[in-house]
Write a protein of this length. Structure first.
Length: 73
């Protein structure tokens, strides 16, 4: 789950918790909102933790450096 999905889950959860004032039989909307908020927050936290290990466009950041030796003749 990426940062974008986490932010969407947080937004949907917040809307369900604080903006929706409806009742549905068999499901508690506020509880679903709190669950989505928690899952989104945990996903965002994991995205930030593992951000540096993501390969990105330059390849994975595994700590190895490439050493270039230039020899002048």
């Amino acid at each position: 789950m990426g940062m974008g999905v986490s932010l969407i889950l947080i937004a949907v959860g917040a809307v369900l918790v604080w903006a929706v004032n409806a009742t549905v039989s068999g499901i508690e909307i506020h509880t679903v909102g709190w669950i989505l908020l928690a899952v989104g927050a945990i996903g965002a936290l994991f995205s930030l933790i593992f951000w540096s290990s993501w390969g990105g466009f330059g390849g994975p950041a595994d700590g190895r450096r490439r050493t270039v030796v230039r020899e002048d003749y």
